[in-house]
Every structure is written in structure tokens, then in C-alpha cells.
Write a protein that binds this ligand. Structure first.
Ligand SMILES: Nc1nc2c(ncn2[C@@H]2O[C@H](COP(=O)(O)OP(=O)(O)OP(=O)(O)O)[C@@H](O)[C@H]2O)c(=O)[nH]1
Ligand SMILES: [Mg+2]
Length: 238
């Protein structure tokens, strides 16, 4: 039987050539110190040559997403990842690879570990307006959806891969991060946040989550609230 890796790292990346050229060698070294048995998957949209070349230069696996958006990229990565644990992280150097060690240390302590900007000890280096909006949206979603989580929109996470892969995810953009939380928490899975220091993007341009996806976030809220109630009422199991 094929031997599965211990850890898969899934990195959604759109036009992230210069960032990946810095990130991937560091990540490989750090993850290699945790387990000899890992894989790195870079998920991108078709014809993004700079991302494909940077990923191949560091011997990462390249996956082309079939559904659009950040959510589409994550789903493509989840489908092909073979590890027992699965880390998701951004390509733009906002998620320092050395922090994978902190997530890895906690892997037995919960089903999902979140690198959290908003628990005591965590930090978010971002423009004040964006920071404020992020805090407001995060606390609005946490309260409205009844989730005991401070940083719902952090994409730097470690999962129990089998549990994650059992979910049928429908969200296509950054709202997929909140959908995953709703589904796991409603099923009684354990979620833990660890304090994390978020760095601003260095090269390249934003696919910004907050401003551009404002209306989508409101729709997401109502969809997920309905989902949360249905799961709690036991109508559906996923
Ligand atoms: N494959 C793929 N990757 C994406 C998509 N949208 C965003 N990404 C990647 O997902 C990660 C997070 O997106 P960012 O653009 O950094 O979003 P953000 O962190 O809110 O914005 P910044 O402030 O610019 O960092 C980055 O690695 C992006 O390259 C997408 O549609 N497909
Ligand atoms: Mg970013």
C-alpha cells in the first residue's frame, strides 16, 4: 500500500512568483525538521506561469484549480493532499513558515489549530482601517454564528486532514474559511487558536478579502447561520 505523508502544506497562490521563491525553500527546511515525510502543494489558476515556475523550481507539486476563487483553490488542494495533517498558508510571506512549528506542536490537541491574530499575544501588522474592519467583521461573525473563535478569517491553519476532507464545502471565496469553522464546530470538533504575529505582504498585489467581498460576506453570514441552525437541529450531518 502507498505510504501517506505525515503532513501536506497547501498554498493557494495567484501571481506570487517572487514571494514563493523566498517562501518555499524556507518552508521546505522548516517542515523537513518536523517530519521527513511531507508534501507541498501550490494551487494556482491556469496560465499563471510565474507561480508555476517558482513552485517547480522548489520541487513543490503544482495543482491547477477547477473552481474559481480562494475557496476553489483550497478545495482543489484538499482533494489531492494525502497527508495525515494538513496546513494551509498564504504565499505572500504574511505567514512566516517558522510558525508551522507552533501549529505542528499543537496537532494532537485539537482537530483544527488556527494561527490567530486576535487572541492575547497575537498581532496583525496591517493598515489601521483594515485592522478595524477585520476586527469588526470577525466579532460580528463570531457572535452571529455562535463560534467561540477570535480570528475566523485567518487562513494559516493546521487540520486533521481526514476530518477536513469529509466536509462538503460550497463557498468559493475567502468565506470558505468561515464555512469550514461552522461545519467543524457544529459537528462538535475541537478548535484551538494559538497567538500569531501576522506580517504585511511584501511583493505583489492583494486579492483583498475585506473590501471587495463586503456584500458576499453579508450573504455568507445568512447562508452560514442557516447552515449552523440546520446542523444543530440534526437535519443534515455535514
Ligand atoms: N490559487 C488561488 N490563490 C488565490 C486566489 N485568491 C487569493 N489567492 C492566494 O491566497 C493567498 C491570500 O490572498 P491575499 O491576496 O494575500 O489576500 P489578503 O491576505 O487578504 O490580502 P493582502 O493584504 O494583499 O495580503 C495568497 O497566497 C494569494 O496568492 C485564487 O483565486 N486562486
Ligand atoms: Mg495576504
Amino acid at each position: 500500500m502507498e505510504k501517506k505523508p505525515e503532513l501536506s502544506v497547501v498554498i493557494p497562490a495567484l501571481h506570487e512568483g517572487p514571494n514563493l521563491a523566498i517562501l518555499l525553500p524556507q518552508l521546505r527546511q522548516i517542515v523537513g525538521g518536523l517530519t521527513g515525510d511531507f508534501e507541498i502543494l501550490v494551487v494556482t489558476a491556469g496560465k499563471d506561469q510565474e507561480t508555476i515556475e517558482a513552485a517547480k523550481a522548489s520541487e513543490a507539486m503544482v495543482i491547477e484549480q477547477s473552481e474559481r476563487g480562494y475557496g476553489g483553490a483550497l478545495k482543489a488542494g484538499f482533494e489531492l493532499a494525502r497527508g495525515k495533517y494538513l496546513v494551509t498558508m498564504d504565499a505572500d510571506l504574511s505567514h512566516p513558515p517558522v510558525f508551522v512549528k507552533d501549529l505542528w506542536q499543537e496537532r494532537e490537541n485539537a482537530d483544527l489549530i488556527i494561527a490567530s491574530r486576535y487572541v492575547p499575544g497575537g498581532k496583525a501588522a496591517m493598515p489601521f482601517g483594515r485592522f478595524l474592519l477585520s476586527r469588526i467583521l470577525n466579532s460580528f461573525f463570531a457572535r452571529g454564528l455562535g463560534l467561540p473563535v477570535k480570528d475566523l478569517s485567518s487562513g494559516f491553519r493546521l487540520y486533521n486532514a481526514a476530518l477536513l476532507q469529509s466536509l462538503e464545502l460550497t463557498a468559493q471565496d475567502f468565506n470558505v474559511l468561515i464555512e469550514i469553522l461552522v461545519r467543524l464546530y457544529s459537528e462538535g470538533k475541537r478548535i484551538k487558536e494559538v497567538p500569531f504575529n501576522y506580517a504585511p505582504r511584501i511583493f505583489g498585489s492583494s486579492n483583498a478579502r475585506i473590501f471587495a467581498f463586503g456584500i458576499e460576506y453579508i450573504k455568507t453570514f445568512y447562508t452560514l447561520r442557516l447552515l449552523r441552525r440546520k446542523i444543530q437541529a440534526g437535519f443534515i450531518h455535514k
